[in-house]
Write a protein that binds this ligand. Structure first.
Ligand SMILES: *Cc1c(COP(=O)(O)O)cnc(C)c1O
Length: 418
């Protein structure tokens, strides 16, 4: 990064500061991960210079012979990884992937039914402040208030009343498996299309640790940067040829212009990594780590939504405590543990305050941490949350965490590309 250092020291310094932060704190935001240096080298490459509107061998620009090879391989690897006949790798983000999927399946004003944001859904599943909420008539389903679980009988009876054109399955904060066959049966019964947004658990689907929605849902969307551990971006999959054509035309020219071929190259690298058997071992450890953390936190007296986890994340439920999600997030941040506050079922506090904390293990597992470290981390979380205003304690924990992080370098001295 010599050139950047010389030409723009301000940005260079801030990137370095951020690198330092990523190395020295416990990154436990469930949607974050650390990509490999190979992924970053592809993303930081000269491919950013190329315009390539269109699709491989059907471009609106000359000079696309190399990016055609790259994008074709990215598509092929995505298809292999998820055993899907069709893939679009151009979506700039998970939200954009969802927008294209919506436009391929339904028309403005149509009715959609997705998981309530405050129950673990995503903004793009029908929130009034998002395109999905103001272009479509959005209805939302929630969790069973007793169990904190999705209740397919409740979803079915609501779908029979609403009669949506589209049902969306997927979450940003739910610690259990989804039953795609149950969703599909409901969609079929009410004549709706089914979109599965696996943004959070795509890595678990890729490795076979979560049932796959491919071949069940009409369209499957995902991000590439969460458990899948690739560059920041989106991906759309389907098993239906007619839908694949629609998806492509909704991405371009529907909602995007030129594809980010540098990001597409990085996606290809990440898919290649995920096709390697070592990725299965990684996801296995991600889940073991989340389960170890869940068990320890329960032993320390915390309530978890649904009592535990099947996946990469867990939700601490602070409803019975005086401490709010917001205060917990701040206290943990002071101790060097980065998490986010989150609403819980039967939430009584505002979405800016909340009664929950979402914790994930994908990033820590990438840097090599295992059950032994999770036990220590559960202890630090407990200490911090039991003494949320004890700044001396937080400082001491932060120091201990700093020492632990040194033993598990993310990029270490290799720094970032070039
Ligand atoms: C993260 C996420 C997205 C959005 O991805 P962006 O790349 O941030 O736009 C969409 N859906 C779900 C379920 C997510 O968790």
């Amino acid at each position: 990064m010599e050139q950047l250092k010389n030409s723009d020291p301000q940005i260079y310094n801030w990137i370095n500061q951020e690198h330092e932060r990523q190395e020295s704190e416990l990154e436990m935001i469930a949607s974050e991960n650390y990509t490999s240096l190979a992924v970053m080298q592809a993303q930081g490459s000269i491919l950013t210079n190329k315009y390539a509107e269109g699709y491989p061998s059907k471009r609106y620009y000359g000079g696309c012979q190399n990016v055609d090879l790259i994008e074709s391989l990215a598509i092929q690897r995505a298809q292999n990884l998820f055993k899907a006949p069709f893939a679009n790798v151009q979506a700039h983000s998970g939200s954009g992937a969802n927008m294209a999927a919506f436009f391929a399946l339904i028309k403005p004003q149509d009715k959609i039914m997705g998981m309530d944001l405050s129950h673990g859904g995503h903004l793009t599943h029908g929130s009034p402040v998002n395109f999905s909420g103001f272009l479509f008539e959005a209805h939302s389903y929630g969790l069973n208030p007793q169990t904190g679980l999705l209740d397919y009988d409740l979803i079915r009876s609501q779908a029979l009343k609403v009669r949506p054109q589209l049902i969306i399955a997927g979450y940003s904060a739910y610690p259990r498996y989804l039953d795609f066959h149950a969703f599909k049966a409901i969609a079929d019964e009410v004549g709706a299309s089914l979109l599965v947004d696996m943004a959070h658990f795509a890595g678990l689907v890729a490795s076979g640790h979560h049932p796959s929605p491919i071949g069940i849902a009409d369209i499957v969307t995902t991000t590439t940067h969460k458990t899948l551990r690739g560059p920041r971006g989106g991906l759309i999959l389907t098993h239906q040829e007619e839908l694949a054509k629609k998806i492509n035309s909704k991405i371009f020219p529907g909602i995007q212009g030129g594809p980010l071929e540098h990001v597409i190259a990085a996606k290809a690298v990440a898919f290649g990594e995920a096709l390697n058997p070592s990725f299965g071992e990684y996801i296995d450890q991600v889940i073991k780590n989340a389960q170890t953390l869940a068990t320890e936190l329960v032993n320390q007296g915390f309530d978890l939504v649904t009592g535990g986890t099947d996946n990469h994340l867990l939700l601490i439920d602070l409803s019975k405590k005086e401490l709010t999600g917001k205060e917990a997030e701040t206290a943990l941040g002071n101790s060097g543990i980065t998490v986010n506050k989150n609403t819980v079922p039967n939430e009584k506090r505002s979405p800016f305050v909340t009664s929950g904390v979402r914790i994930g293990t994908p990033a820590l597992t990438t840097r090599g941490m295992k059950q032994e470290q999770m036990i220590r981390i559960a202890h630090w979380i407990t200490q911090t949350l039991n003494h949320p205003t004890d700044q001396d304690l937080h400082k001491k924990i932060k120091q201990e965490i700093h020492e632990l992080c040194k033993q598990f370098p993310v990029y270490g001295t290799q720094k970032r590309p070039q």
